[in-house]
Design a protein around this ligand. Sequence first.
Ligand code: AGP
Length: 618
Amino acid sequence: MCGIIAITGRDDAIAQVLAGLKRLEYRGYDSAGVAAVGAHDLEVVKRAGKLEELTRALDDTPLAASTGLGHTRWATHGAPTDRNAHPHLDPSGRVAVIHNGILENYGALKAELGDVRFASDTDSEVAAHLVARELGRLQDGPDLLTAVRRVVAQLEGAFALGFVAVDDPDTVVVAKREAPLIVAHADGVGYCASDVAALIDHTRDVAALLDGQIARIRPDGIDVVDVDGTPVEPHRFHVDWDLDAAEKQGYDHFMLKEIHEQPQAVADTLLDRLTASSDGETPRLHLDELRIDEREFARIDKVFILACGTSLHAGMLGKLAIEHWAGIPVDVEVASEFRYRDPIVDPHTLVIAISQSGETIDTIAAASHGRDQRAPVIALTNVVGSTLAREADGVLYTHAGPEIAVASTKAFTTQIVGCLILGLYLAQVRGRVYASEAEDILTRLQQIPAAIEQTLLLDQEIRELAERYRDTDYTMFIGRHAGLPIAMEGALKLKEISYLHAEAFPAGEMKHGPIALIEPGSLVVALAPAGHVFGKMVSNIQEVRARGASVLAIGTDGSTADLKEHAHHVLTLPEPPHELAGPVLAAIPLQLFAYHVATLRGEDVDQPRNLAKTVTVE
Ligand code: AGP
């Protein structure tokens, strides 16, 4: 997720673009840049690092222009460096582009351009090349809108694109598909931005472009058309949010916003995972980065998954996926414990390090310990260019976008999806599944985002449960198989933002001790989807209910009827497209339960006490 902004029609356009980028920084902050449209050329200043790096650079080389673009980046393709920062130029330097999203067919488009020099490793740059080519083909003089329409018709994937061209001055053309884009016109100035937070200082009367819409923004007004050039109407509205609400896009907290971003985050993480093979064979799964020979993974006879906190819970699902599809034994280890014992590691051991930030010191140190024993390391992380990503032999990125809330939500569900992809990848490399099977399973996993959307509809019911149990000072979460990591994640979510005690147990362990805790009034949350452990979960529910516990069961369409005979409350989730994808859905109600309990108790949900978003000290 990145932030884009463009302004045309005021002499301080670049200063206002920079101010707008500050409002968009929460959308991405690993690099940033601006482009100024001069009388004869485009001037671009861009820097890796936080926005202040760009601000310092502009202090040294001020840019004056009445039309400008700005971009703050959350890298998906290409490390966060100066050269990969946006805006990007075509080779002639006469067209600039800024982009939020993923151009799925950028490889094919680059190939079609032939022998052309690309200045960056990004997918976005190709759009500038294509628009420049279309401008050159126009017979009736430079018309940026027509050129952009023709290029948009060639693009696959999600995008909010902004273009300027020296030959069509005082004009910004933007195009929208799946990624947000707001346009506005006030007092002879045209604006566009990824969200209203960057615009409300200038105007509160704005318009949201709809998918497939393209807008030409000029000081005298805005024209909105579809890809064929037919005039269309965007969604016009008045912004009555204050700035803080605008950055949260109307949600009360970043955590709630990020919970609701999960359908898109999972969809983005599933995107672009298959590489069409040159010999016309079935497309194969690939990692995002690979710095060793893929065949090394074929010789792996053991896997260690290392992580902390929520990422550790995702790793427990990674174990199930890798053992299920790849047939390799997997140990999941608390990263902070791994190097203080004598793990048996050798070149045939694979270390998978999972970390949203890619900067958790315990996980980095544990992965390094594995590497010291000559084990190849794969990083599963949400941050391109993070320490863990840079030091690993292979990387699979989640595409959750920046996660601001300390309590991890969308990073967790995308980590689970990442683990499923890794399990299929290792199975494919070891010849345990055919590429066609992997493709079929990936296709089924594409149903997850819609299932998450359906699950989010339970929010009001979950809020009512939170009102009922907001003062419960101890909650027990139980699950089996793929339900156990979710039980553990539910307990962690509740305790870390509401400060109420909660813990999770394998349901099969209840008789070995934990059931002693159950007394009238205890709250037990049971993960009980339809499946091979459902019958035993029903027995566990009966046991605790017989001892006076209140039971909240998380079931699925196939188990809800039985559950309603035994549990006090049943939340019914859609059947998942694969048993191992079920935890992605089961996590959602537990995230929402924790969120509502914490907000009802007046706690600081986004910045809970004693916790930091990234633990960079041991
Ligand atoms: C999860 O809600 C917590 N914020 C915490 O447990 C977190 O998952 C853990 O610190 C690991 O962080 P990482 O994924 O960035 O390595």
